[in-house]
Write a protein that binds this ligand. Structure first.
Ligand code: NDP
Length: 406
C-alpha cells in the first residue's frame, strides 16, 4: 500500500490525468489510476475502528445508517445522541452501544470528553445540521453531515469556518459520489467513449406524506430549507455537476405550486430548472413532492447516451448505455451498501488515507445553486448568474474506486 505522500501524488496525478483523456479514447475503466489512488480496502480490527456517534435516531439513522456499521471495515458505532432516552436505550442494547455512550441534545457537548467518539454523524432535520455540526467540531470531533448541508448559505459558511478553526474534517454525506452507477456514468463521460456530453436530465422527487413525521418537517420551509428541492432536488443539482465535472454559470427555474394543497403552505410543490455549463452542456432538472417517486438521471452525449433509472436509490440502481453503434447494454455493476461505503470513506479521510471528495465546500456549492434556483423561481424564470468560480477539489470519477463485484 502506498504511503500518504505517494498516495497524494497519485491522487493529484489522477485529477490531472482526467483532463487529458480525449473523446474517442479507451473506456474510463482502463484509463483511470483511481484504484491505486484510494481505497486500500483494509479491514481493521474492532479496537482500531474509528468510533462514530450518530445524532438523531430517525428513519434514515435507524433504517440505513446504524445497521450499516455491521459490514463496515474501518468504522464502528460508538455512541448515540437522541431526544428520546427510551428509544436510544433500545437501540443501544440492540447494537451493543454502552449505556454511558448515550447522549441527549442538552448534554451533547460532553462528547468532547469521550475518546470513543472520533466522528459525529449528523442525521437531524436540515435546520439543525449547522448547530450540531458546529458543536461537534468545537468538541474536537470530525463531522459527517447529512444532505442538504444546512438551510442557508450563511450556515454552510459557518460550518466550514468552524471545521477550519477546529482543524477537523467536515464531510457531507453525498452517498452518490461513492455509488457504482453514478461512478460508472462519470467514468464513461470522462473517457469520451460516448463523445461529448451535451445534456444531462435529472428527475428526483416523490409524493410527500404529511402524516409521516419525517415528511412533516420536510414540508416546512424553516426546517427543510426548501421542501422537495432541498430533500430530493439536491441529488439532481449535485449529479449534474459531478457527471459533467464542471460548474454551471447560469440557471433559470420555474415552479408550480397548488397552494390549496395543505402540504404546500410554505414550500414549492414542483420545480424545473435549467443549468448552462461553460462547455455548452445543459442540465435540465426537476424535483417534486407531488409526482410519483422517481430518482433518475439521463446523459445525452453526441455519440451515445446513458439512462440511470433508478439512478440514485439506496440499492437496485441500473445503468443502460447506448454506444456509438446504437447498441444498448447494461454494464454489470456491484450493488453496494452505500452508507457503509460512505462511512468507511469518512474513516479513511480521518486516517489520512483517502481524499475528501465531498467536503463542506461541495455542500455549500449545492446550497448556493439551490438558492439561485429559488431566486429564479421568484423572478418567474429570470436568468440568475451562478458563475462565482467554484471548482471541486477532487473528481470522484478519478479518485473513488469502483467497489469489487465479488
Ligand atoms: P427523521 O425525521 O426520520 O429523523 C430525524 C431525527 O432527528 C428524529 O427522529 C429525532 O431523533 C431527531 N430530531 C431532533 N429534533 C427534532 C425535531 N425538532 N423534529 C424532528 N426530528 C428531530 O428524518 P430522516 O431520518 O428521514 O432525515 C434525517 C436527515 O437525513 C435529513 O437531513 C435528511 O435530508 C437526510 N437524509 C438523507 C438521505 C440520504 O440518502 N443521504 C436519505 C434520507 C434522509 P430522536 O428522536 O432520536 O431525537
Amino acid at each position: 500500500m502506498p504511503d500518504l505522500m505517494s498516495r497524494r501524488s497519485l491522487i493529484e496525478l489522477g485529477v490531472a490525468g482526467a483532463a487529458t483523456i480525449l473523446p474517442g479514447q479507451a473506456s474510463a475503466q482502463t484509463t483511470h489510476p483511481r484504484a491505486a489512488a484510494t481505497g486500500d480496502g483494509t479491514a481493521y480490527p474492532d479496537r482500531e475502528k474509528i468510533g462514530f456517534a450518530v445524532v438523531g435516531l430517525g428513519k434514515l439513522a435507524l433504517g440505513q445508517i446504524i445497521p450499516g456499521f455491521h459490514d463496515a471495515r474501518g468504522v464502528r458505532l460508538a455512541a448515540l445522541v437522541s431526544g428520546h432516552p427510551e428509544k436510544a436505550r433500545q437501540v443501544a442494547t440492540k447494537y451493543g452501544v454502552p449505556s454511558d455512550a448515550i447522549y441527549r441534545y442538552d448534554d451533547y457537548d460532553r462528547i468532547a470528553n469521550d475518546p470513543r467518539i472520533q466522528v459525529v454523524y449528523i442525521v437531524l432535520p436540515n435546520s439543525m445540521h449547522a448547530e450540531y455540526t458546529i458543536r461537534a467540531l468545537k468538541a474536537g470531533k470530525h463531522v459527517l453531515c447529512e444532505k442538504p448541508m444546512a438551510t442557508s448559505i450563511a450556515d454552510c459558511e459557518k460550518m466550514i469556518a468552524a471545521a477550519k478553526t477546529a482543524d477537523r474534517r467536515l464531510m457531507i454525506a453525498y452517498r452518490c459520489h461513492y455509488e457504482p452507477v453514478s461512478l460508472e456514468a462519470m467514468r464513461r463521460i470522462r473517457s469520451g467513449s460516448l463523445g461529448r456530453p451535451r445534456l444531462v436530465v435529472t428527475d428526483m422527487g416523490r409524493q410527500a406524506d404529511p402524516t409521516e413525521p419525517s415528511d412533516a418537517w420536510r414540508l416546512d420551509m424553516g426546517m427543510s430549507g426548501g421542501g422537495a428541492l432541498a430533500d430530493m432536488g439536491v441529488y439532481g443539482v449535485s449529479a449534474s455537476r459531478y457527471l459533467l465535472n464542471e460548474e454551471p454559470t447560469e440557471v433559470r427555474a420555474w415552479a408550480h405550486t397548488d397552494r390549496s394543497d395543505p402540504r404546500f403552505k410554505s414550500t414549492e410543490e414542483s420545480i424545473a430548472w435549467q443549468f448552462r455549463f461553460p462547455s455548452g452542456a445543459i442540465a435540465n432538472g426537476s424535483t417534486s413532492f407531488s409526482y410519483a417517486a422517481t430518482m433518475a438521471f439521463r446523459v445525452f452525449c453526441d455519440q451515445g447516451k446513458m439512462i440511470a433509472d433508478p439512478g440514485a436509490l439506496y440499492g437496485g440502481n441500473r445503468l443502460v448505455v447506448e454506444d456509438t453503434a446504437q447498441k444498448e447494454f447494461a454494464p454489470h455493476l456491484p450493488n453496494t451498501a452505500q452508507f457503509t461505503r460512505e462511512m468507511d470513506w469518512m474513516g479513511d479521510v480521518v486516517r489520512g488515507k483517502a481524499p475528501m471528495v465531498s467536503p463542506g465546500e461541495e455542500g455549500l456549492q449545492d446550497m448556493r445553486l439551490m438558492k439561485a434556483i429559488l431566486d429564479s423561481v421568484a423572478k418567474d424564470g429570470a436568468t440568475v448568474s451562478t458563475d462565482w468560480g467554484y471548482r471541486r477539489a477532487f473528481d470522484p470519477a478519478v479518485v473513488v474506486e469502483m467497489p469489487s463485484t465479488a
